[in-house]
Write a protein that binds this ligand. Structure first.
Ligand SMILES: Nc1nc2c(c(=O)[nH]1)N[C@H]1C(S)=C(S)[C@@H](COP(=O)(O)O)O[C@H]1N2
Ligand SMILES: [Mo]
Length: 375
């Protein structure tokens, strides 16, 4: 029997304080969010195997040492729950269904392990290249039941998995150390740019198939439903018609100053503003962040901390978050507000406010802190 921590009824779901989160470019172990749809299994790395299954020429069963023997690839990327910032959607627009995440359901870590592509090549993908766009790679964890299904699963397009530059890996390490149990030990999928829900932890099986994962969390959750799907009953007919979220949208939030706090201007009448920004899907890195103290009439360009924050010259930032800071002129007084907006390398710009959706996923309206008392 696998030892389980927490339960199906009360899984571990938590996020760090934003101010702390943005104090480090790399999110250290124990300082990131946890998102679980069931208990955390403690697996034995010496006996655990991942099977490669479905439309492959040769089914494989790979141990952790087999995975370690393949070329290792590292990627620094943001791992973000599609429900990040749900609190803002629920308070700004209308009630939504789901955990009340604030802005901290994202972390930026260095993940290391073999490329999913190399593992698939080892098994021999049995799908013609012209059909890779319609095929899927499904990931499954059968270790524990989840809140809405008997297991946990997700899938991504095969074309994305076979593109080595997209860095989808089977991570064995997080920040240079073996994965901790809560983040998927001994092996998890890491899907840069794609919603965290597809980064399956405690990975048991990889299946190449012509359909998406049948798991609840691919089919009935983590989808941006149209506005008319506003109750569980109305949502029902939409689940099968709406695509599962893959790429996450461009985003930014302000971490400092904190909402409802008091801030003192410097000798130039300015205050310092800090936050993080995220590119859309594969369109990174973040190219620009702007802040506004007059509700978006004028914008000041922020300084992107980039490689300087990474402390590693030349490191790839395409999939990473971007920490930024700005000095902005602001009038003294009560109830002041600051906004932020990010633009990525492909030119995707954050909108003031996206449309409401029932599950409150992929919220990416302007970053905003309000209730500031500027003295
Ligand atoms: N097996 C399994 N994998 C999973 C989940 C889960 O509940 N079970 N949650 C997913 C979701 S919704 C997210 S956002 C990320 C969270 O990863 P973390 O807990 O390492 O932060 O893991 C994903 N992988
Ligand atoms: Mo998630």
């Amino acid at each position: 029997m696998v030892q389980l921590e927490y339960s199906v009824e009360e899984p571990l779901n938590r996020e760090p304080e934003l101010e702390k989160l943005i104090s480090s470019f790399i999110t250290k172990e124990g300082e990131g969010y946890d998102r679980n749809h069931g208990p955390i299994p403690h697996l034995d790395a010496t006996s655990h195997c991942v099977t490669i299954y479905g439309l492959v020429k040769k089914e494989l069963s790979l141990s952790i040492s087999d995975l370690q023997a393949l070329p290792q690839h590292s990627v620094i990327c943001a791992l973000q729950c599609a429900g990040n910032r749900r609190h803002t959607m629920r308070t700004k627009l209308k009630e939504v269904s789901g955990i009340d995440w604030f802005d901290g359901a994202v972390m930026n870590c260095k993940w290391t392990g073999p490329l999913l592509k190399d593992v698939l090549i080892k098994a021999g993908v049995d799908v013609e290249e012209e059909k890779w766009k319609d095929a899927h790679v499904a990931f499954a964890c059968f270790q524990t039941p989840t809140q809405d299904d008997e297991w946990y699963g997700a899938s991504v397009p095969l074309s994305r998995a076979m593109d080595a530059s997209c860095s989808i890996i089977l991570a064995l390490e997080m920040n240079g150390k073996p994965l901790p149990p809560n983040h998927g030990a001994p092996v998890r999928v890491v899907t840069p740019g794609i919603a965290g829900a597809r980064s399956v932890k405690w990975l048991d099986r990889i299946t190449v198939q012509m359909t998406e994962s049948t798991n609840y969390y691919q089919q009935h959750d983590y989808k941006i439903l149209p506005e008319e799907a506003d109750t569980p009953e109305n949502a029902e007919k939409w689940w099968s018609k709406v695509p599962a979220i893959q790429d996450m949208p461009v985003n930014s939030v302000i971490g400092i100053p904190k909402e409802d706090s008091s801030v003192k201007v410097d000798e130039n009448g300015c205050i310092e503003v800090k936050g993080y920004a995220l590119p859309s899907g594969a369109d990174g890195p973040v190219a620009k962040v702007e802040v506004s103290a007059d509700n978006g009439n004028t914008w000041t360009v922020a300084e992107l901390l980039g490689e300087h924050a990474a402390d590693e010259p030349g490191v790839e930032l395409k999939w990473a978050w971007c920490l930024w800071k700005a000095k902005i002129k602001i009038e003294k007084g009560k109830n002041r507000k600051i906004l932020s907006r990010a633009t990525d390398t492909a030119g995707n710009v954050q909108e003031r406010c996206p449309k409401w959706n029932f599950r409150g996923v992929a919220y990416n309206g302007y970053g905003e802190v309000k209730g500031l008392e500027v003295v």
